[in-house]
Design a protein around this ligand. Structure first.
Ligand code: FAD
Length: 462
């Protein structure tokens, strides 16, 4: 429960973006009082905890590339400075991403690598280099051919991204949480924000019982400010600024205020598999020059098939996490509604649709890796969370005149951009027009607003 009844800033959500915001906000002014309210029992237990937690700087949008690259470099620096973030359980393991590309995409991806002017570090891998990959069939001869399905595209080459790999989400969450606490940030776990309210501002007249201002008070623009953050159970705290970093559940708080996030949450599932076929793939030493190696050897990277299916290697215990971005006629929205219900009983294992393994995932994998259809692969578990899609796959940062900031639209790549996002939101709370990223670039905040949005649509969403 909150210790005080008023804070300079209240952040809703201790996920990847709320945590990084708390950290950078408290660093920019240690005297500022900050409260983070989180529905779960600990930090990073929302979609962050369900994520594959991969990092990459290979994006088509220059904004995504910059935000991700700066964050990855910050995580590298944090590792160098903190023993607890180094092996045996490192914060970052940059074993790389390997895109296995059909002819249709090979040109555009290589062009992208060239056009980025070295902004991302990528190496071509030819078909001969892929020939040692156990069980890989570059030109599939068998596939699910019901419903007039089109044949899978043959792989004609690969692209290896070097500043890419995995981050340990629990270590990242713990790092931001502990450092923020050390800097004086207060955290209220097991606390659900049910609504943001204008109550308590004497100059504002409110409808009863909706607590909305009357429309004739429009002339008070700029003075119509949210002042109470109301928790389930009735307790309320005052706030000068409220940052809604509630991930997929943000609309539940924003909509009643008439604020449109413009983002669409959709469930996304991962499947953990193990067995001899997986072991064999994990033994592969691909012909690539990864940043982090194991006793001098390269290891299986994160693999992206032409169908969009992804394979994440887990070296200890020996497993593989499989995923597949599926937006075909899938409903938008979350099952949970904390604003309406006053609770957030989100259960990642319930979101893990086991049936989809056979019906949606395997048909995207087995044409290229037919052995995944044999008893040599065992489905151990599945779980899910949400991707909160922005209209263009680039984050959204908006400020309403009510003193409410919304940051969201992670589009499935929020862990890898968290540090940059935290810097942007902190700068926004300070009313600055731009923020300085860890890698030194100055970033204009209104690029991510809707009014002055100036970003290119992201083409590489995994
Ligand atoms: C299956 C899957 C795979 C993914 N893979 C990757 C990947 O490889 N790399 C990557 O970078 N990203 C990945 N992501 C996306 C990543 O998880 C998100 O981008 C990231 O978690 C977004 O951070 P966030 O802080 O916006 O949201 P979250 O991490 O979901 O945090 C929001 C927090 O707000 C809390 N909250 C919500 N409403 C309330 C309320 N009313 N009151 C109190 N608390 C509230 C929630 O409990 C939650 O903890 C993946 C996601 C999924 C589901």
């Amino acid at each position: 429960m909150p210790q005080k009844d008023h804070y300079d800033v209240v952040i809703v959500g201790a996920g990847a973006w709320g945590l990084a915001t708390a950290y950078h906000l408290s660093r920019s002014d240690p005297r500022r009082s900050i409260l983070v309210v989180e529905a779960r029992a600990g930090p990073g237990e929302g979609s962050m905890g369900a994520s594959a937690a991969m990092v990459r700087d290979v994006f088509s949008s220059p904004d995504n590339r910059l935000l991700a690259r700066s964050s990855i470099e910050f995580y590298r620096r944090a590792m160098a400075e903190h023993e607890s973030l180094r092996p045996p359980t490192p914060l970052l393991d940059l074993y790389g991403y390997l895109w296995l590309l059909p002819e249709r995409l090979r040109g555009p991806y290589f062009d992208l690598a060239r056009a980025s002017g070295g902004a991302f570090d990528a190496q071509p891998v030819d078909l001969e280099g892929l020939s040692s990959c156990p069980g890989l069939v570059p030109a599939p001869s068998r596939w699910y051919d019901g419903d007039g399905a089109v044949p899978p595209e043959p792989i004609t080459g690969g692209l290896f991204g070097r500043l890419c790999g995995a981050v340990a989400p629990e270590l990242l969450a713990k790092f931001y949480w502990e450092e923020s606490r050390r800097q004086g940030v207060e955290f209220a776990f097991n606390s659900v924000v049910q609504r943001l309210s204008f109550e308590g501002r004497e100059e504002i007249l409110l409808h009863e019982p909706s607590k909305h201002p009357f429309s004739f008070q429009e002339h008070m623009a700029g003075r119509l400010h949210i002042s109470r953050v109301v928790l389930a159970g009735g307790q309320a705290v005052g706030a000068d600024q409220v940052v809604v970093a509630a991930g997929a559940w943000s609309d539940s708080l924003l909509r009643p205020l008439g604020v449109a996030s413009g983002c669409s949450p959709r469930p996304q599932v991962l499947y953990a598999v193990s067995g001899p076929v997986v072991d064999e793939l994990l033994e592969w030493e691909p012909p690539v020059d990864s940043i982090d190696r194991d006793r001098g050897k390269s290891r299986l990277p994160f693999v992206i098939l032409p169908s969009g299916a992804t394979l994440k290697p887990i070296f200890r215990p020996r497993q593989m996490w499989l995923g597949y971005l599926d937006r075909t006629a899938r409903p938008i929205g979350t099952r949970e509604d904390p604003g309406r219900d006053g609770r957030l009983d989100y259960d990642s294992s319930q979101l893990g649709d086991r049936e989809g393994f056979g019906t949606d995932l395997l048909p995207a994998i087995t044409p290229y890796l037919p052995r995944f259809e044999t008893p040599g692969v065992h489905l151990d578990s599945s779980w899910g969370g949400y991707y909160n899609f922005s209209p263009d796959g680039v984050p959204v940062l908006i400020e309403e005149s009510y003193g409410v900031l919304f940051v969201g639209g992670d589009s499935g790549s929020g862990v890898m951009k968290a540090d940059s996002i935290g810097r942007l939101v902190a700068a926004k709370c300070d009313h600055r027009p731009d923020a300085r990223l860890f890698t030194g670039e100055s970033y204009r905040l209104d690029r991510l607003s809707y009014e002055h949005r100036a970003v290119e649509e992201e083409q590489i969403i995994l």
